[in-house]
Design a protein around this ligand. Sequence first.
Ligand SMILES: [Zn+2]
Length: 42
Amino acid sequence: MKHPSWRCQDCGERLYEHIEGDYQCLNCGRRYDPDQLEENAT
Ligand SMILES: [Zn+2]
């Protein structure tokens, strides 16, 4: 499941789906757990 609207909480860049199943900001390198992101989405 893709979530193209997810943004980095640090710099606001788009998050890209990582091969390991989590999401990563390519701008600052921060990684996000999908479960964590879903909780924050409103
Ligand atoms: Zn970022």
